[in-house]
Design a protein around this ligand. Structure first.
Ligand SMILES: [Zn+2]
Length: 110
């Protein structure tokens, strides 16, 4: 949970999430939670009479986790360390995949 009450990204696990403001396709000012790790956005909320940021926060924190038990989040684009681990490992696909996962950001904290 971030200092502003946002849960980590359900797609990549990043805590680099924040409320962003932008214009939607209709030119309306909207608020949503955006992830700095993978670039995804939560549901956009249009401020009508109230501040839309609490609604954007609430909908982001209600999102169901994408990961099933036993799976781990990985960046959408492999880091240089993950790529190097894949290229330097030997063996079959499963062995290389385990090396890639072991080199992902935050793997040392598992
Ligand atoms: Zn993300």
């Amino acid at each position: 949970m971030s200092s502003d009450g946002l849960s980590p990204c359900p797609f990549c696990g990043s805590s680099d999430v924040r409320i962003v403001e932008f214009l939607d396709g209709e030119g309306d000012r909207v608020f949503a939670v955006g992830c700095g790790g993978c670039g995804c956005n939560g549901t956009p909320h249009i401020p009508l009479m109230d501040d839309a940021r609490p609604a954007a926060t609430a909908s982001w924190n209600r999102r169901a986790p994408v990961l099933s038990p036993g799976l781990v989040p990985v960046p959408v684009v492999a880091t240089q360390e993950m790529y190097a681990a894949w290229m330097c490992s030997e063996g079959g696909w499963a062995h290389r995949y385990k090396a890639l996962l072991a080199a992902r950001p935050g793997a040392a904290n598992d």
